[in-house]
Write a protein that binds this ligand. Structure first.
Ligand code: ZN
Length: 243
């Protein structure tokens, strides 16, 4: 165990108010790639960049093409939680972690056993009829190659935040409150370049801001501890075996 991970372990052992904020990097070890990092791959099969396809106006105008990309690149129904998800669930079980805030829509924190998960960008596991608001599971999206339709005939839209859409204000204010009141804030798997990540962590008032990221982030100078390691390895080593 390296010196930084030991320091993280000591910090975790001396706090009962830890909050975690994570990005796409938390799920890459579960085999879910960050779509932003691989633009080039899509150019061969898709005529638009992912940011365009995953926008609200594109969904409205080109629903079928949206779903082709979405099923192909955004959905990983067989993905399983990794060491990072499991370590965070363990910290909550020990009653020292208060909230997991995530930008991911894969539902893996919940699958790992975390209870208080604030999904800033929604969840691919929930899908709502745009006419009657009936909720469907992921299977409904996967059972057809066409546009998924509700029993009422309405178009079903994933409950994920698309470009051009605002974030859920309830989830956002819960996230701000958790961060503002946190003793320890661990930020991992995000370069902090994507809205609203950077803005959120400015609400932290403590002196134990821990960044776990393989590469530099724009907030490195604010961090009290920086760990340049895969997030699954860092958290698993610092948290230890499930009790
Ligand atoms: Zn409906």
């Amino acid at each position: 165990m390296n010196t930084e991970i030991k320091r993280l372990r000591d910090i975790l052992n001396s706090s009962d108010n830890i909050v975690f904020f994570g990005g796409a990097g938390v799920s890459t070890e579960s085999g879910i790639p960050d779509f932003r990092s691989a633009d080039g791959l899509y150019n061969e099969t898709y005529s638009y960049p992912p940011e365009t396809i995953l926008s609200r106006s594109f969904f409205s105008k080109n629903t079928e093409e949206f779903y082709r990309f979405y099923r192909d690149k955004m959905l990983y129904p067989n993905a399983m939680p990794n060491d990072a998800h499991n370590a965070l669930a363990e910290l909550e079980k020990r009653s020292i972690l208060k909230a997991v805030i995530t930008q991911n829509v894969d539902g893996l924190h919940t699958k790992a056993g975390s209870g208080n998960v604030l999904e800033l960008h929604g969840s691919a596991l929930r899908n709502l009829c745009m006419s009657c608001n009936k909720c469907y599971t992921l299977e409904k999206i996967l059972e057809t190659d066409a546009i998924p339709l509700c029993s009422c005939g309405g178009v079903i839209k994933p409950d994920v935040v698309l470009y051009e859409e605002g974030l859920d204000s309830t989830v956002m204010s819960k996230a701000i409150s958790a961060i503002r009141n946190a003793d320890v804030l661990i930020v991992g798997g995000t370069s902090l370049n994507v809205y609203p990540a950077a803005g959120l962590i400015t609400h932290y008032r403590g002196d134990k801001l821990i960044l776990i990221n393989k590469s530099k982030t724009s907030y490195d100078s604010y961090a009290n501890l920086i760990i340049r390691e895969k997030i699954g390895i860092a958290l698993k080593e610092a948290v230890g075996e499930p009790g």
